[in-house]
Design a protein around this ligand. Structure first.
Ligand code: SF4
Length: 382
């Protein structure tokens, strides 16, 4: 006989106090279904979602004898990552069994803490275009560069720009007299692996003039760059437009930085997640009502199946595509037919790279950064 049976609601004992455990549908050591639903799902009603909070307090269900604390073994057994789509630019994957705080930590690290290389200093020799120097420099800063930041060091205020901390590009574009207005594209930024070519100070007769960088070797001698030269990650980003007899000549110096300093160092165009949608039909939705339901959904989540005798029934065919517009639960009677839910610990994560590094590498870097942060906290606490 188990504990519940032992406590069973037996009216033969008139003075016995009854508790929740005496109810026939409450299993021992588990949450009753309505609390389990509140804990694991956000329910999206027509006017607002409910059960949106994350119940993480270990003693939240102590009064009914359920342990809500986090167990590392349990987390390890339940945690899963499934890659759904992977291209050169973007990646969609499912992270299952994770807390929203952790999913959000990855998102924030991807946006602002994975380092990249971006143009920080622009030396303008000549600019007769209509784009002012400051605007041109700003536009150049936002051009994503295909250069692995892990191969470079940060340049601090007292450092000399060298081959380990700076990438130099030059740009020289002209529109000859009488020519049609022409666009200057990012592909015209040419990498200078030997460093700056602009003279900072003319040297003495017996010495070389100094430039704005001090490279001791050519960057293209490094094996990483000899086969995959550094360049803007996109060729056709318009930097300026030149009219007849206009000219731009400049040198751009890129350094390593973080997105939290300036968005130009952010390696992602976007990194976002949403919880897995669950769409349930609470009753059979048939005939004209089924057709109305299919018509209401802009994301084609529902299909209609033929159930014989000339009757049709709505089915949930593509719940993952639901964007939660709530059109299917608006209006009288619809909330009784359809229920929209979100799974609280299942995140559909999308990472869209700017082209600096492949998206899967960016995510791996974000994991390493979070790991380092955790180690730092542990060592400071111990
Ligand atoms: S919420 Fe919108 S997208 Fe989702 S199933 Fe309903 S109508 Fe379709």
């Amino acid at each position: 006989m188990n504990e519940k049976e032992n406590k069973g609601g037996n009216n033969d004992e008139p003075n016995k106090k009854f508790s929740i455990w005496d109810l026939p549908d409450v299993p021992m050591g588990q949450l009753p279904p309505h609390l389990q639903l509140q804990k694991t799902r956000v329910v999206c009603k027509a006017d607002a979602p409910i059960h949106t909070d994350n119940i993480s307090y270990s003693g939240a269900y102590a009064s009914i004898g359920v342990d809500n604390s986090v167990h590392l073994d349990l987390f390890r057994d339940n945690f899963k990552v499934n890659v759904i789509r992977l291209t050169k630019e973007d990646m969609e994957f499912d992270m299952i069994g994770i807390d929203p705080a952790l999913a959000n930590a990855f998102r924030r690290i991807l946006i602002s803490e994975v380092p990249t290389m971006a143009i920080e200093k622009v030396l303008i020799a000549y600019n007769t275009s209509v784009v002012q120097d400051e605007v041109l420099a700003h536009r150049l800063g936002l051009v994503p560069l295909k250069a692995d930041p892990r191969l470079f060091e940060y340049l601090s205020a007292n450092d000399t720009p060298n081959e380990k901390n700076t990438i130099v590009f030059k740009l020289h574009a002209t529109c000859k007299r009488g020519e049609r207005r022409t666009a200057v594209y990012s592909e015209e930024l040419k990498w200078l692996p030997k460093g700056s070519e602009l003279i900072k100070e003319a040297g003495q007769a017996d010495s070389k003039p100094t430039t704005y960088t001090s490279f001791t070797c050519s960057q293209d001698m490094l094996p990483e760059f000899s086969e995959d030269p550094i360049s803007p990650s996109e060729d056709k980003i318009i930097l300026a437009k030149l009219g007849s007899k206009q000219e731009i000549e400049l040198e751009a110096h890129a350094v390593k930085g973080l997105g939290k300093t300036h968005a130009k160092w952010s390696p992602v165009a976007t990194a976002w997640y949403r919880m897995l949608p669950e769409v349930l039909l609470l009753e059979d939705v048939e005939d004209e009502v089924a057709e109305e339901l299919v018509r209401r959904c802009p994301d084609k989540v529902f299909d209609i199946e033929d159930i014989g005798h000339g009757k049709k029934r709505a089915t949930v065919a593509r719940p993952r595509d639901c964007r939660l517009c709530r059109e299917c639960v608006r209006g009288e009677g619809w909330e009784e037919r359809v229920e929209l839910r979100r799974v609280k610990d299942h995140f559909i994560f999308t990472v869209e790279s700017t082209g600096v590094l492949p998206p899967e590498v960016l995510f791996t870097e974000a994991v390493k950064i979070l790991e380092e942060k955790c180690e730092r906290v542990i060592s400071e606490l111990s």
